[in-house]
Design a protein around this ligand. Sequence first.
Ligand code: FAD
Length: 468
Amino acid sequence: MSPMPAEKSAYALARYSRSADSIRESLEWVKTHDSAKFLESFYFQYGHASIADLGHVGICWEGISELAATEVEDEPLWDGQAKSTRYQDFAKLGFVTPPEFDEAEAERYRQAGRALLAAYERLHALKFEELTGSLPRPEGMKPDAYERNLKARAFDVARYALFFGIPTNVGQVTSIRTLEKQIRRLKASEFAEIREVGGEAATAVAEAPACLWHESVGGPVAPTLAKYVDPDPHAATASKDLRQWARENLPASPVVPYAEASVELVRPAAAMVDIVASLLYGVTARPYRELYEWAAVASAALRNEVIDVALRSRARYDELLKPFRGGQYVFDIVMDIGAYRDLHRHRRCVQLRQDYSFELGYALPAAFTQGPIRETYQAAMAAALRQYRNLPQPAAQYLLPFGAHGRFLFKMDFAEIEYISKLRSGVKGHFSYRDIAWKMKLELAKVEPDLARLIAATPPWEDDPLTR
Ligand SMILES: Cc1cc2nc3c(=O)[nH]c(=O)nc-3n(C[C@H](O)[C@H](O)[C@H](O)COP(=O)(O)OP(=O)(O)OC[C@H]3O[C@@H](n4cnc5c(N)ncnc54)[C@H](O)[C@@H]3O)c2cc1C
């Protein structure tokens, strides 16, 4: 089938499954009948959501903040690509100022943002100089390839000073069904920019496409969908309710949050305990193990109370929230935001996160060698932290550098551990997530040595700085 507007394709394929016509005949039918009417009755009235899976839409989000991009990408059934921090220089692009700030706050934020970008540029120049000094160009490697590789290596270090406010571009292809959920989720965000881009996407799909391959497919992209994209408040309301419940009911935490990057594997023995721990994970700053151990010995009444609080705001058509989804293996990972941006892209797993903050400190990998490189970075992080604390939440999070640590939960089966650990530990990857991917294998080896043995992961000490 040639490209056609998404709703026409959904109509044609849905009709195809319900009639004796060939696809050619179905397409002829669709050309002369109203797809909006069909979708309204079958998709929206009878809830045949799989019909909307049959029409795909391409959308590019341009100039949105990295914070917004992370939320855009938070879809397991999403296909897309974002601008690379390794091959593009982010110093000249300015940054997004959150609309929540008043003039004085915006000015403080802009000053702090400019300082971080200056550190980014300096770190890149210093690291590039260091690398060219220590890694001479091998014979047979073209000078431009050599320079490109080392520049990419230097960007891997400089990126720790990039922050959530920097602009990026994301191109995605999704089904209408996923897009609809995505827009409803974005419109309920606590961040004004994200609500705004969710609204823009809803408007864009109701109109003719801005970018045409051919005039013949220039009709409105998905006009019917655009009517059903109200904000979906369930996740935000449940999170608020659970947060309050956790504050009032959880015992004081004996655990001091650790600032070191770490990977801890837990194998949940009981689904109910895992769900309760997962519901509380995103609304506290506690490690998953602590919550799991608390939920395992809590009374059944208390566990049910947590579930009831989470479900209180669920409307008739709302799916269960993400923490209700499971995985045989649960990895609780403290990592820098930059590494999370990369690992977040894995879709065959359930991912949860805690609030972004500066509370877990920041990464200081060996690539920040003693001397001007380390000093530039540490001074930039200390200054960003001071300014961050001076700005109101949640918009202050736009100032969080990619070097800041956060706590993230990844639940998956063995096949995805094998996939991530092998792919992400490879020499072409960034050293931050390579280390995590390697530790995932080591954690698995503690409980399932025979399975861990099957993972062909590359240890972090095997390196080839001139390979990209
Ligand atoms: C060295 C390196 C550089 C990268 N650079 C960039 C970059 O510049 N920009 C960028 O945006 N990303 C970049 N990425 C991320 C990359 O594009 C993938 O998003 C990421 O690696 C997740 O991989 P995946 O989709 O194969 O795996 P997962 O999402 O973990 O999925 C595992 C497997 O499940 C299957 N699967 C899951 N979802 C689907 C689906 N919707 N359709 C079909 N099959 C599916 C596939 O078989 C897939 O291989 C980079 C990754 C690496 C390793």
